[in-house]
Ligand binder design. Structure first.
Ligand code: F0G
Length: 356
């Protein structure tokens, strides 16, 4: 049985037998070949690390199991985070499991409904903040410094430690070297954690070469790409609507040490790619997650990739978290409500007038 990332990689996490672990059996997510999109791009070896299948539907669970395990060991009774949605959902779930109180500060009206629903049902105390994620993060940092609540944003080093497991899994699943690792960038923790994870595996002799790191921000929230703070970040991909990432320097180090890049994609490219992933590969991801694949498509058009090398795109969150971006009302009523003539409609769509 899979018992979560801490049990699976305990040598890397320094956790000993018999220690109390708070886990929701996160991790072990599938690495799915994206053969159809790979073919469309002229024969690229493309894989999707589908993080939407973690227990709360995003990669955040990998870091949260570590952060909450340590918080409990240190005697903490409450955790706090700022979030564009996924961190709050994950924090709330692990707090529920551990019996801790959980406070989440969210940008007012700017998080996806599914994520908010999760935080509510897991029992977190939700405090909407007048401002964006960066404002909320500043507030939780100040409160956590007083020591009564444990911060579980990625400024907590245990978060990034746990998130390294994504890199370990990708290496184990491919049983070989990875050419490129493409990933969305918001607060810039995950790209930093993957890079650290690949370095752990490299030092342990489990991979022979390090991948090139490719990070992608949304055009309206691209502080690292443009090397300036965005005071008013704006994008349909609310998960990465961040103007002043906490792990900025770690992310640029990952980029530079791996000879990679951090680039931006437009909201239009993000939404087109989200549809492409669903309609060509059967994978429904949230908009922020599609940024990694949108970025790979953009680079492939410029002839960036060496074709013999594998490309892994981390798709970070489940599409069901944010159904508002799909035109459900319109698409479900294309045919109008029917009582008869249904078979004829189907046969017409199949391109056959035949009846039986
Ligand atoms: N993808 C999704 C689905 C996310 O929720 C996030 C971050 C990212 C990508 C970017 O990862 O911040 O490590 O660079 N979400 C955070 C949150 C900010 O509050 O849930 P990052």
């Amino acid at each position: 049985m899979w018992n979560g990332i801490i049990a699976a990689y305990k040598d890397f996490f320094g956790v000993k037998e018999g220690e109390n672990i708070v886990t929701l059996n996160e991790g072990n997510t599938p690495l799915i070949p994206a053969e159809n999109i790979g073919k469309m791009l002229g024969g690229l070896k493309l894989y999707l690390k589908y993080e939407g299948l973690n227990t709360t539907g995003s990669f955040k669970d990998r870091g949260m199991t570590m952060a909450v395990t340590k918080a409990v060991q240190e005697g903490s009774k409450a955790i706090i985070c700022a979030s564009t949605g996924n961190t709050s959902a994950s924090a709330a779930a692990y707090a529920a499991k551990a019996g801790l109180k959980c406070f989440v500060l969210i940008p007012n009206n700017k998080i996806a409904m599914g994520k908010l629903a999760q935080a509510i049902i897991y029992g977190a105390e939700i405090i909407p903040v007048e401002g964006n994620f960066d404002d909320a993060l500043r507030i939780v940092k100040e409160i956590a410094e007083e020591g009564r609540v444990t911060l579980v944003n990625s400024l907590n080093p245990n978060r990034l430690l746990g998130q390294r497991s994504g890199a370990y899994e990708v290496c184990d699943q491919l049983e070989g070297d990875i050419g490129y690792l493409a990933i969305p960038v918001g607060n810039a923790g995950n790209i930093s954690a993957y890079w650290a994870g690949f370095n752990d595996y490299y030092k342990a002799g489990k991979i022979k070469a390090l991948p090139t790191m490719l990070g992608f921000q949304a055009e309206g929230a691209a502080p690292i790409v443009e090397d300036r703070v965005f005071q008013e970040p704006e994008t349909i991909a609310t998960a990465i609507r961040i103007g002043n990432p906490a792990s900025w320097e770690k992310a640029t180090a990952a980029r530079d040490e791996s000879k990679g890049l951090i680039d931006k994609v437009t909201d239009e490219e993000i939404l087109e790619t989200q549809k492409l992933l669903a309609s060509k590969e059967g994978i429904f991801v949230e908009p922020a997650s599609a940024a990694s694949v949108a970025g790979v498509i953009k680079l492939s058009r410029k002839g960036y990739f060496q074709k013999d090398k594998t490309i892994v795109c981390v798709v970070t969150g489940n599409g069901l978290k944010d159904p508002s971006v799909v035109e459900v009302e319109k698409e479900s009523k294309v045919y109008g409500v029917k009582t008869e003539g249904i078979k004829e409609l189907i046969y017409k769509s199949l391109g056959s007038e035949e009846n039986d």
